[in-house]
Design a binder for this molecule. Structure first.
Ligand SMILES: Nc1ncnc2c1ncn2[C@@H]1O[C@H](COP(=O)(O)OP(=O)(O)OP(=O)(O)O)[C@@H](O)[C@H]1O
Length: 362
């Protein structure tokens, strides 16, 4: 998937932006506050239907406007042309559009736009809560295995129901509740199998990249499934039933899972510097990109916001080289050209300058 034309309207300080990115490398330059991150954030809406900077959708709508929209015409690997878009007002929910047909199902749109992001906050993937890492894994599974989303949605539904029963202090052994319990276990085990298989595929690729990005460390990636060792999910649920009843929610299951990264035998955040943590995130994202490419025969989009502040010059180059080698469509923002001196070597690139919310090709 490559975006070949992008149109952004009333998004933060971008009143009306229309540009044709490069199929490979697009550089977006501009002073502080010019609108670079807003442009990246608008593209992110196509892949996630939300912002990576705020939970308040209204904040991204331009002051004094009622709605924003992001439209893109794209070329898929099958050389099919697609017209995709997302629009949102201050009160109503999203309207996605795919070749002119409207849908209010976000997954219809985001499944078509495999997109990853690297920002100054990306180290949260390692130092943040397990939910960050579950989201990372589930992004891969969502794009690689289409039935995964259905499974994850069903699991969430049964988890909600179980938690409601726990809050009501219902007897989970009662015959009428046994159906829910057994479905919950079945879905939880199935979800766990999928995630574990995915981690097994990701691990050797990650180790390769880690050799490049963290050459002095021995890295280990492992999946914690969300309940104790040596028992199956149903046994864990029985063991924790009293405790779960007290806290009013379920403490075992894949909603508590984690992806654990150890470096030289200890948790990565205990040993790695901030720059090395960023490199570990880069290696994880690169492996995800590679796995996505090989599993689907498709290419993805990668947004790098403020890369100059994040990585030293060699690592920046290594990261962007690696992504471009995989035929990823890369968007990079930078304040000055000096942060990206090495980009001279790429032939297929386009540069844009953002100033007070308007975008001009250089
Ligand atoms: N809803 C909004 N309506 C209008 N303008 C907004 C809105 N939200 C933010 N802005 C403004 O948009 C501008 C662009 O912000 P953005 O974060 O994109 O800048 P940037 O170029 O990435 O800057 P930096 O290099 O400092 O990160 C800022 O001046 C900001 O105050």
């Amino acid at each position: 998937m490559k975006l070949d034309r992008v149109q952004i309207t009333h998004f933060r300080n971008l009143s009306s932006v229309n540009f044709s990115p490069s199929p490979l490398l697009t550089i977006i330059k501009g002073a502080n506050g010019s609108g670079k991150s807003s442009l990246i954030e608008a593209l992110y809406y196509l892949g996630f239907g939300r912002s990576f900077r705020t939970n308040k959708h209204g904040s991204v709508i331009q002051n004094n406007k009622d709605s924003f929209s992001v439209f893109a015409s794209c070329k898929t690997e099958e050389t099919e042309s697609l017209k995709l878009g997302i629009q949102r007002g201050r009160t109503e929910s999203f309207i996605c559009s795919i070749n002119g047909a409207h849908s209010n199902k976000l997954s219809d749109l985001v499944s078509l736009v495999p997109l990853q992001l690297f920002t100054p906050q990306s180290t949260d993937l390692i130092i943040g809560s397990p939910s960050e890492r579950r989201r990372f894994l589930d992004w891969g599974l969502f794009h690689v295995e289409h039935e995964f989303q259905l499974l994850a949605n069903q699991y969430s539904k049964f988890l909600k129901h179980r938690n409601a029963l726990l809050k009501q202090m219902a007897n989970l052994n009662a015959a009428e509740n046994q159906y829910w319990e057994s479905q919950f276990v079945q879905l939880g085990e199935a979800l766990t199998d999928k995630r574990r298989q995915y981690v097994d595929r990701l691990t050797p690729i990650f180790k390769e990249y880690a050799r490049e990005f963290l050459p002095n460390f021995d890295v280990e990636l492992s999946y914690y499934r969300g309940w104790e060792k040596d028992v199956c999910l149903s046994e864990s649920l029985v063991k924790k039933r009293e405790y779960d009843g007290k806290i009013g929610h379920t403490s075992s299951g894949p909603h508590k899972a984690d992806l654990r990264l150890k470096v030289n035998g200890v948790n990565a955040q205990e040993l790695l510097s901030r720059g090395q943590l960023r490199m570990a995130v880069a290696a994880l994202q690169m492996s995800q990109t590679k796995l996505f490419n090989s599993a689907t025969n498709r290419k993805s989009i990668f947004l790098l916001d403020d890369v100059g502040a994040e990585l030293d010059a060699d690592k920046r180059e290594q990261f962007i080289d690696g992504l471009l080698e995989m035929d990823t469509q890369v968007f990079v923002t930078a304040i000055e050209s000096s942060q990206l001196a090495f980009i001279q070597k790429y032939n297929e690139k386009k540069m844009f300058h953002v100033e007070h919310g308007s975008v001009k090709e250089e």
